[in-house]
Design a binder for this molecule. Structure first.
Ligand code: NAD
Length: 481
């Protein structure tokens, strides 16, 4: 595998590779060392203007809409094939700019290909309805694209998150301007190269890296976009929604989470141990749907705590490129946030069983895998998103209490439970307020299953067939024959 990182990367606008309009650059830092690895062009409002104009021109010229849907689908398959040629470089940049482990960096490629092929396959299957109106009348519906889809992607999974939104947009005939994350922009540049090689029409996909308040705000506030897909924090999401409200633009909002899993007394504890540990320690907990709360029946509480602490303490923490289990957090700022929230937990009276601090002796932004017990549901550590490798364990006695704790946050992204009782599992699936319910395996689901939030975790769905419906609007055609 090549560990070479190119020293400078340009934005992809109207099928051309462009410097920033004011020649500005962003320095990309390797979170595993704290040191710069390369520069990328710093997209400005002017660059966003150019990108939106290119996407608009491509949409208005009906370049994608004039293709039969199956050809738009075939285009997704070609992009997926082209990603294969960049697989080594993608895995490398995911380790270097994102802090992923090598295994997770490698796993991004087949995952992204699955999204592209899944939506490529659905391109010719989005059918309208014929509605019976009686004699002499014909009525049918059309799924019409919105136009220019503005997409904002977070740093933690830019390639699969960006690719799945782009695929949904293109197969439904929209064009895209995507603002890639300033902290980890590199894999999406490689995706843009794959689009170019695959023959994606010029202007159909534009990828601009820039700072959120600069390029991001310019994009979501642009007068000529028709649709927004935002994945990121609730706080930024609110400002995106305010911009969208000005022009009454539809949005798909994928926001944060504080997802909890309930461990019932009859659960298979081997399964709980493996699944709960993966759910919070994968990518050092920097996953929106991480299982960050464990709500455990008192009868198995001590056993679950002991197993999870043993797991946490057995994980190797260090640079992903070296094959460690747990990579760094994305930035020193994020590390400080996580440490500060841990300190708040201790101050509120929770018991810090293991972890709680940055790893000393390593250069980068590494956080110890952390387990809290003695946590009350109202504590900040049980309510606020860490976005780090920190799990809080809350005991319960009755099922009613467990449901109240599980549903008792502002978020509603994911919820889970561990039990062998099928009836209990189904009734809990009904009562837990979250967009996805994981039973006996955290992240049970896949590319095919709809994903998204309830409450402050957002609305609209990515993944699965449902996602496509977020990229089209229904047009009804009524005819007197
Ligand atoms: P963030 O909100 O800080 O940034 C997300 C994106 O928004 C970045 O590209 C950023 O540049 C951009 N941005 C920042 N300010 C902006 C503005 N004023 N206008 C427009 N764009 C702006 O979030 P983050 O720290 O990058 O990501 C972590 C958050 O994302 C967590 O809360 C996590 O739960 C959430 N997330 C959710 C999902 C999901 O599918 N639900 C997936 C991944 C991450």
């Amino acid at each position: 595998m090549s560990a070479e990182i190119r020293s400078y990367w340009k934005n992809y606008i109207a099928g051309e590779w462009c410097d920033s309009s004011d020649n500005g650059r962003i320095v990309v830092i390797n979170p595993a060392t704290g040191r710069p690895i390369c520069d990328v062009a710093r997209g400005t409002a002017g660059d966003i203007e150019k990108a939106v104009a290119a996407a608009r021109a491509c949409f208005d010229a009906r370049v994608l809409l004039d293709m039969p849907p199956h050809e738009r689908g075939a285009l997704m398959f070609r992009i997926a094939d082209e990603l294969e040629n960049a697989a080594d470089e993608i895995a490398t940049v995911e380790c270097f700019d994102n802090g992923k482990t090598l295994a997770n960096g490698r796993a991004e490629i087949p995952l992204t290909q699955r999204y592209l092929r899944y939506y490529g396959g659905l391109a010719d299957k989005l059918e309208g309805r014929q509605i019976p109106l009686g004699p002499g009348m014909l009525d049918y519906t059309i799924h019409a694209p919105f136009g220019v889809s503005a997409q904002i992607v977070p740093w933690n999974g830019p390639l699969p998150v960006g690719a799945r939104s782009i695929a949904c947009a293109l197969v439904t005939g929209n064009t895209v301007v995507l603002k890639s994350p300033e902290d980890s922009p590199l894999s999406l540049f490689l995706f843009a190269e794959a689009c170019e090689r695959a023959g994606v029409p010029k202007g159909a996909v534009n990828i601009v890296c820039g700072l959120g308040p600069e390029a991001g705000a310019a994009l979501v506030g642009h007068h000529d976009i028709d649709h927004i897909v935002f994945t990121g924090s609730v706080e930024t999401g609110r400002s995106v929604l305010r911009a969208a409200a000005e022009r009454v633009i539809p949005c798909v909002m994928e926001l944060g989470g504080k997802s909890g899993a309930i461990v019932f007394p009859d659960a298979d504890l081997d399964q709980v141990e493996a699944s709960a540990a993966a759910g919070i320690f994968k990518h050092a907990g920097q996953i929106c749907s991480a299982g960050s709360r464990l709500i455990v029946h008192r009868s198995v509480h001590d056993e679950v705590v002991s197993r999870l602490v043993t797991r946490a303490e057995s994980l190797s923490v260090g640079p992903g490129i070296e094959g460690c289990d747990l990579g760094p957090l994305i930035s020193d700022r994020q590390l400080e946030r996580v440490e500060a929230l841990c300190r708040a937990g201790v101050a509120e009276g929770a018991t810090l069983v293991t972890g709680g601090s940055r790893v000393t002796g390593l250069e980068g932004f590494f956080m110890e895998p952390t387990v809290f017990t003695g946590v009350r549901p109202e504590m900040r550590i049980a309510q606020e998103e860490f976005f780090g490798p920190v799990v809080v364990i809350i005991p319960f006695e009755t099922t009613e209490e467990a449901v109240a704790i599980a549903n008792g946050t502002d978020y509603g992204l994911a919820a889970g439970l561990y039990t062998r009782d099928l009836s209990l599992a189904h009734s809990m699936a009904d009562r837990l307020v979250a967009g996805q319910i994981y039973i006996n395996q955290w992240w049970a689901g896949g590319v095919e299953t709809p994903f998204g939030g309830m409450k402050r975790s957002g609305y609209g769905r990515e993944k699965g067939r449902e996602a496509l419906l977020g990229y089209v609007q229904t047009k009804n055609v009524g005819i007197r024959l």
